[in-house]
Unconditional design. Structure first.
Length: 522
């Protein structure tokens, strides 16, 4: 394949040549699709096993299907072409219905490289362009050689920066960037800290996956997983022996079962964390923040400083006691995914502060003056939660009182259990609501709160896009309003402020917002 280059600025009169992605991407795409084909093939073999078809016929059908899919993949690859102009990139796709999409360089907010396992084996990478105008990437070249992908990414960023400098200055704030293309490491996740992070990411997703697999492939099982008699017969022997062993043995069995689930959850969280966060490195350069991570699926993302709209610092009730925190950037393309902008998976407060300060969002210190929300906010939230659960309990009681339903639902303390859950949920909401605080200084707005999962949000006053005051009948009667702040890619809300205080906050934020020209950011 011809090397990917950006034409010089003086060659506008020449039409850029159309190119295709690397031919090896066809093989990567076909091999990646094999797991999706395994399930239909197994289902076909199982459904035709009683028809006594000759193995040669079944094999020929599978080969023919594979050839047709390979031909379709080749046609898609052959008809997918791209061209790189002086100030834009164009992608043409489609077999019968052709579509061409052009993306100007000055609209590009991010160019990222992704390397799934198979692509890494062939030295390929997917180049993805984002404008921040919607969810996910706006244009993707799958796949190019890694060196050419990196060269294309750097060339597009340089050309984009040249457009912005020739137009209006960005005015984005942040820490001092590194000169030229030199990169300085802001944060790196060590192996020991990686495993510590895996312990905090307890997950039982594997249990949910097994349940989903049973639901999808129940026809392949030699028994009916939905029949109560099946499980009664399966547990009859162990259950009777456990019942005869006494209360001590039953308690020990319950503890062993809980321990097995605990080990499964820890192992699942550890595996997911290692696969996702392996080699996590955050660096700072003239072009912005560069994040690289992944064991099998490697991602290399650069986040320009002007895209960072807020900083979110998170922790947990146990992690906070041990002094561990995490941080992520809320950016213009924040719809792409919750974990797409994590910049510190697990770090100390000083490390998080260093990264936040490099983006222009200093964290609060001992001298920060905090203001609590109205003392009426916790009881109002608890009352609303209790009301919703009361409706649920009354509805469940009414349904269980119907004779046909009562005859089919096993006897048990369902209503007391719902009431206990309602009490726990209401207490949780009250504890979460009573810890809400906010702070406003000359440049930033900060909010912190949470009990089990404390979190801190830091927003630049000039980058807030809207301020909305909302109140319902109850809040209006109490003279309180909720202040909703519009931030690109995120949201921030300060609840239950007295109306005069909320209006003063709105006027102060509007005065700061008028200083920022958002047209320079896109």
């Amino acid at each position: 394949m011809t090397s990917v280059t950006v034409p010089p600025a003086g060659s506008r009169h020449r039409a850029p040549p159309l190119r295709r992605t690397d031919p090896r991407s066809l093989l990567v795409t076909m091999v990646s699709a094999l797991p999706n084909m395994a399930v239909p093939i197994l289902a076909l073999l199982f459904s035709t096993r009683g028809d006594r078809l000759p193995p040669s016929v079944v094999g020929s059908g599978i080969v023919l299907l594979a050839l047709l899919l390979a031909l379709a993949a080749w046609l898609r690859w052959h008809r997918t072409q791209f061209a790189i102009g002086t100030d834009y990139i164009r992608l043409e796709t489609g077999l019968l219905a052709r579509s061409a999409r052009s993306l100007p360089f000055d609209r590009v907010q991010d160019v990222s490289l992704e390397q799934p396992l198979l692509a890494r084996m062939f030295g390929l990478a997917a180049v993805k362009f984002e404008t921040g105008a919607g969810k996910g990437e706006d244009l993707s070249l799958t796949y190019l050689p890694l060196a050419e992908g990196e060269a294309l990414r750097d060339a597009v960023r340089r050309r984009r920066d040249d457009h912005r400098i020739a137009g209006s200055p960005s005015g984005a704030k942040g820490g001092d960037a590194c000169p030229d293309d030199e990169e300085s490491v802001l944060f790196a996740l060590s192996t020991r800290r990686l495993f510590a992070l895996g312990l905090f990411r307890f997950s039982l997703v594997v249990v949910a996956l097994l349940a989903g697999a049973v639901q999808q492939f129940d026809f392949l099982l030699p028994f009916d997983p939905y029949a109560p008699d099946t499980w009664e017969a399966f547990l009859a022997g162990p259950g009777s022996r456990l019942a005869a062993a006494g209360a001590g043995a039953q308690t020990l069995g319950a503890l062993l079962g809980a321990g097995v689930l605990l080990l499964i959850g820890i192992a699942t969280g550890m595996v997911r964390t290692v696969l996702t966060e392996w080699g996590f490195t955050l660096t700072r350069s003239r072009q912005g923040f560069r994040r690289r991570r992944g064991l099998l699926h490697v991602t290399d993302v650069v986040m320009p400083v002007h895209r960072v709209q807020a900083v979110l610092v998170t922790t947990g009730i146990v992690r906070a006691r041990l002094g561990w925190y995490g941080a992520k950037f809320v950016s213009l393309a924040g719809d792409a995914g919750a974990g797409d902008h994590v910049v510190v998976p697990l770090g100390r407060w000083a490390e998080v502060g260093l990264v936040a300060a490099a983006a222009g969002f200093p964290l609060p210190d001992a001298g920060t003056m905090w203001t609590r929300v109205s003392p009426l906010h916790p009881p109002l939230q608890a009352l609303a939660t209790a009301g919703r659960w009361a409706v649920l309990v009354l509805g469940a009681s009414a349904v269980l009182s119907i004779a046909p339903v009562a005859a089919t639902v096993p006897a048990g303390p369902w209503i007391p259990a719902l009431i206990a859950l309602a009490v726990l949920r209401t207490a949780w909401v009250w504890l979460e609501a009573r810890r809400q605080e906010w702070s406003l200084d000359a440049t930033h707005l900060r909010k912190r709160g949470g009990w089990l999962s404390p979190r801190l949000q830091v927003a630049d006053r000039e980058r807030i896009q809207s301020v909305t005051l909302r109140r319902g009948p109850l809040l209006g009667a109490l003279g309180l309003v909720d202040v909703h702040l519009g931030i690109a890619g995120g949201r921030l809300m300060i609840p239950a402020l007295p109306l005069p205080q909320a209006r003063r906050l709105r006027h102060a934020l509007l005065d700061s917002m008028r200083k920022r020209d958002f047209s320079a950011l896109v």
